[in-house]
Design a protein around this ligand. Structure first.
Ligand code: T3D
Length: 269
């Protein structure tokens, strides 16, 4: 296993699975600008790295992430109409939005091991991952409203798609915490796992997915993402195009051969 030196985003790589751990536990892994910059860089590298076949995003300690690092902002005088520094719009455009877009653009499975509280933009990051396993003690909070803000980092996109507009509005307007079980019932979490097992179970799924046929795995993610935006006719055409690509890979040849020989396929793509 390769382990990188201590940083705000620890990278551990093992058998095709890269685990990224947010590390600022005394502030519940709040997203400082330095941490966001590191996360962006880690994802950029992972996107290119052929040895990375699946990713896991998690947090150190008792939180996944509590969202924006509220200790970082210099606040304007009340009544001045001034902006906090750093300005939130700029911060989102330069550091946060590229991360959300990259989580979608990386054509590899990206799983969130939601090990604890997950609030504000921390919840948005979890929603931008492809699959979420939640620890029994995890809480999901659209915390923005509690400090007079609006959902960002993709929550307005992902949350209504997962739970419907009305439920998303209720969660965003009230900022009520959801337990792991409630998140599961709503389709926000894919599975609830005992606290001590959440990272291991998520990594186990990632390792299984990392052994899948690389091209097909990536095209499946691309197709399902596009499904939100395109009419059936266009999607049917895209399915045909992606199937042409997938069916030309060695993994297709291996998959069919393994089926005929009644053995497990060994994908090398
Ligand atoms: O990323 C970007 O910058 C883009 C913009 C994003 C917008 C947002 O994300 S807005 C939402 C920002 N987040 C919040 O408003 C959540 C704030 N935190 C909380 O409401 C609570 O901490 C939690 C509900 C998440 C957890 O509560 P609890 O009781 O389990 O823990 P705690 O005691 O409140 O927090 C423990 C420590 O973490 C505490 O520090 P202390 O007193 O022990 O020195 C607390 O101040 C610190 N902490 C928690 N959240 C943050 C934080 N420090 C900085 N920023 C935080 N977001």
């Amino acid at each position: 296993m390769h382990v990188q030196a201590a940083s705000l985003v620890q990278r551990d790589q093992h058998a095709g699975v890269l685990t990224l751990t947010l590390r600022q536990p005394t502030r519940l892994n709040a997203l400082s600008t330095a941490m966001l910059a590191e996360l962006g860089e880690a994802l950029r590298t992972a996107q290119r790295d052929q040895a990375v076949r699946a990713l896991v995003l998690t947090g150190e300690g008792r939180a996944f992430s509590a969202g924006a690092d509220l200790t970082e902002f210099e606040l304007p005088d009340k009544g001045s109409g001034g902006q906090p520094q750093p300005a939130l719009g700029d911060l989102l455009r330069t550091l946060v939005n590229p991360i959300v877009l990259r989580l979608q653009a990386i054509e590899k499975p990206i799983l969130a091991a939601v090990n604890g509280v997950c609030a504000g933009a921390g919840m948005s990051l979890a929603l931008a991952c492809d699959v979420r396993y939640a620890a029994e003690s995890a809480r999901f909070i659209q915390a923005f409203v509690h400090i007079g803000l609006v959902p960002d980092a993709g929550s307005t996109y992902f949350l209504p798609r997962l739970v419907g507009t009305s439920k998303a509005l209720e969660l965003a307007w009230t900022g009520q915490p959801l337990s792991a079980q409630e998140a599961l019932d709503l389709g926000i979490a894919n599975r609830v796992v005992p606290d001590a097992e959440v990272l291991g179970e998520t990594q186990a799924l990632a390792a299984r997915l990392a052994e899948g046929p690389r091209a097909a795995m990536g095209l499946i993610k691309r197709g399902f993402r596009q499904a939100h935006e395109l009419p059936l006719e266009r999607l049917l055409e895209l399915e045909a195009a992606y199937q042409e690509i997938a069916s030309r890979t060695d993994d297709f040849v291996e998959g069919v051969a393994a089926f005929r020989e009644k053995r497990t396929a060994r994908f090398g793509g």
